[in-house]
Unconditional design. Structure first.
Length: 115
């Protein structure tokens, strides 16, 4: 079955960095567009970044452009989100999503940006 397991969340001070990872299994990872979403308390889930199957094309929400980088390793079936210059408004649960089939979500990982 499809599994997406996120890791790497935590507490970081404003201006700091975190790297989130998503380990994927149960489908042909290298053939599927992957995305990171986030959901803050009291807000709708929003798309943060997406990457096409080969990694040649990426898209970012305006709020994270220039600070976040999405990339993938198709040999290791992993998706990564490098987050730099973090702000308090980046605080949210971050989810990995696969566009395989009906779409699958990971369980989420909490990112808290606070001094």
């Amino acid at each position: 079955q499809v599994q997406l397991v996120e890791s790497g969340g935590g507490l970081v001070q404003p201006g700091g960095s975190l790297r989130l990872s998503c380990a994927a299994s149960g489908f042909t990872f290298s053939s599927v567009t992957m995305s990171w979403y986030r959901q803050a308390v009291g807000k709708l889930r929003e798309l943060v970044a997406s990457i096409n199957p080969t990694g040649s094309n990426t898209n970012y929400a305006d709020s994270v452009k220039g600070r976040f980088t999405i990339f993938r390793d198709n040999g290791e079936n992993t998706l990564t989100l490098q987050m730099n210059s973090l702000k308090p408004e980046d605080t949210a649960v971050y989810y990995c999503k696969s566009l395989y089939g009906r779409g699958y979500w990971g369980q989420g990982t909490q990112v808290t940006v606070s001094s």
